[in-house]
Design a protein around this ligand. Sequence first.
Ligand code: SAM
Length: 222
Amino acid sequence: MNGHYGRKYGRKMRQNKHRLMAELLPELEIKLEDDRLPSLESLTKGFDRINLEVGFGAGEHLALQAKEYPNELFIGCEPFINGIAALLQKVEQESLNNVRIFPDDAMLLLKALPENFFSKVFILFPDPWPKARHNKRRFVNKNNLAYLSKKMKEQAQLLLATDHDDYFEWMLKHIDQHPNFNFLSDTKEEWLKKPDLWTLTRFQEKANKAGRVSRFLRLIRK
Ligand SMILES: C[S@@+](CC[C@H](N)C(=O)[O-])C[C@H]1O[C@@H](n2cnc3c(N)ncnc32)[C@H](O)[C@@H]1O
C-alpha cells in the first residue's frame, strides 16, 4: 500500500516539477546572449534594490528574503536543476513577483552586469572544496571577490556563511586581503550569530546534525 502511494506521490511531484521547469522557469529565467544581458531595464524596472544569492540550493533563504522585501528584486544563481525546481515551487506557492533565476555559474552573470548594481549579496554555505588541491575552486577567491566588489554598490552588504572551519579561515584571509570590503562582524561571538532574517536551509540542517558549527561573515562594500 505504502509503495503504491509512494509511487503516485512521486509521479505527481515529478509532473509538478516538470510543469514548473517548462512553464514558470522561462518567465523568470535570466538569459544571456553572446555573454551579454539584452534586457537590463526590463529586469530591474520598478524595484528599489537589486540583490543576489549565489548558489541558492533549494531556495529556502532566497524565497524568505523575497517575501520579506517585495519591493526588492532577488536574483538567484544555481545550476542544480532540483534546486531550481524547489525554488520555483516556493515562488508559486508564495506568489512571489520579485525573483529571477540564472540557472548557471554566477560568474557568467556577474560579468554581464554593470558596476554598482547590487545592494545585498548572499553566499551561503558555498561548496567547501576541502582537499588542498581543490581549494582554488572555492567561490570566495581573489578573482571572484574583485568582480563581485565592482558589481556591488558602495555600502552594499555581503553575507557569507560556512560550516567548514578551513573555508572560514580562508574567507577571513581573502576578505582581509581585499581592499574593497570592511568587516561588520569581527568577533567570535558575532561570527556565530545567525542573521536576523534567517531560515535553516537543508544544507545547514545537515551540518547541525553532524555537529558542525555555522559561522557568518557580514561585510560592507567600502
Ligand atoms: C553546499 S550548497 C549550499 C546551498 C544553499 N546555499 C544552502 O545553504 O542550502 C552550494 C550550492 O552552490 C551551487 N554553486 C556552486 N558553484 C556555483 C556557481 N559558480 N554559481 C552558482 N551556484 C553555484 C551548487 O550547485 C550548490 O547548490
